[in-house]
Design a protein around this ligand. Structure first.
Ligand code: NAD
Length: 332
């Protein structure tokens, strides 16, 4: 048996997922949802999707009556995730939603509650949790091979292009670099330590206040953990070559760079270079999600609750910036 997946929002990431799913063993693409009829025509042909499994945003609630779709993967712009997750949950289908899960923690709590009420599973597209170098980092930390974790230094960013894209519009993106890729540095700090932050400080700078009039461009943020570890993190839309995860313990370290993009992920530890297999992340993710759902397995920290934990920190990052860098305490 395979998990039958429909993609919602047929943009560039959805295309990447559809291509990667050609190599999946446990997941298969059976449906598509788009507001653009010509895209649906292309997808029907390219990915062998039957007409009866295609929907637009007005007809999507009818997916409820379609026995050939188990899960909807939401790859629409960030600020639409909230509405779309509620719609799909109400239609009784499992949901996989891209990062960032929503605009804030409040929306995320409602999304989790809606999925629970509908009896459907809710996962976030945190693909790094299926990636072999990242899995090895987590294994080394959990096994104690790194010793007591002392420090984390993560960053992720890139130079943003087209000034007219939705990513620079607050109403569709929710925020800027922090929401889009800062979330990798933040999520990475949580899996590098295995802890939840208890305080947050953050500082924002803007090289181009005109282009980034609506959303954040460059943010440095610090996360304090109960053990005393401080993660020093950064994110930007202003420059390239900014991507690394570094966790150092009393007995060893892991450095991944690149750490979060599509790969190949490269890594080294105190023992030497890492040589984990290089496999397309989205193939691993979709087979992984299928295995979790079909075989009732525990998920590797990609649930809606994990999305909520990140959004609580994102809210605190923005709150700290609004308050001039104030230390924001989180419920421990
Ligand atoms: P994109 O612009 O290429 O695609 C977005 C799609 O949503 C388009 O097909 C667009 O037509 C559609 N859409 C539906 N309603 C829309 C509206 N009201 N306004 C604008 N577009 C609308 O963007 P993308 O790069 O594919 O990103 C989509 C989502 O995937 C984002 O949430 C992003 O954060 C996430 N993403 C995740 C990864 C990852 O590695 N996990 C990588 C890229 C993007």
């Amino acid at each position: 048996k395979q998990l039958r997946v429909a993609l919602m929002g047929l943009g560039s990431y959805a295309t990447r997922v559809a291509e990667a799913m050609k190599d999946c063993k446990m997941a298969t693409l059976t449906g598509a949802i788009s507001g653009t009829p010509s895209k649906l025509d292309t997808w029907k042909q390219k990915y062998n999707i039957p007409e009866k499994n295609t929907y637009n945003y007005d007809t999507v609630s009818k997916i409820k009556d379609n026995p050939d779709i188990d899960l909807v993967y939401i790859t629409t712009p960030n600020s639409l995730h909230y509405k779309h997750v509620l719609q799909i949950a109400a239609a009784g289908k499992h949901v996989l939603c891209e990062k960032p899960v929503a605009d804030n923690a409040k929306q995320t709590r409602e999304m989790i509650a809606a999925c629970k009420k509908a009896g459907v599973k809710f996962y976030i597209g945190y693909r790094m949790h299926f990636e072999p170098h990242t899995r090895e980092l987590i294994r080394m930390r959990e096994s104690g091979e790194l010793g007591k974790i002392m420090h984390v230094n993560n960053y992720m960013g890139f130079k943003s292009g087209d000034p007219n894209q939705w990513r620079l519009k607050k109403a569709l993106a929710g925020g800027g670099a922090m929401m889009d890729v800062g979330i990798y540095a933040l999520n990475g700090a949580r899996y590098a330590t295995g802890e939840e932050p208890i305080w947050v400080t953050a500082q924002e700078t803007k090289n181009d206040p005109v282009k980034f009039k609506e959303v954040d461009e460059t943010i440095m943020f610090q996360l304090g953990f109960p053990s005393g570890v401080v993660a020093s993190c950064g994110t930007t839309y202003a420059f390239n070559n900014y991507e690394r995860l570094y966790v150092v313990g009393e007995k060893g370290f892991v450095e991944l760079s690149p750490a979060f993009s599509y790969g190949p992920i490269k890594g080294r530890t105190h023992l030497g270079p890492m040589n984990q297999p290089v496999i397309t992340h989205q193939t691993l993710q979709m087979d992984g999600i299928a295995d979790i759902i079909l075989n009732n397995k525990p998920d590797p920290n990609v649930s809606g609750e994990e999305g909520l934990k990140d959004m609580i920190v994102v809210d605190a990052v923005y709150e700290s910036i609004r308050k001039g860098g104030a230390k924001i305490m989180l419920a421990g």
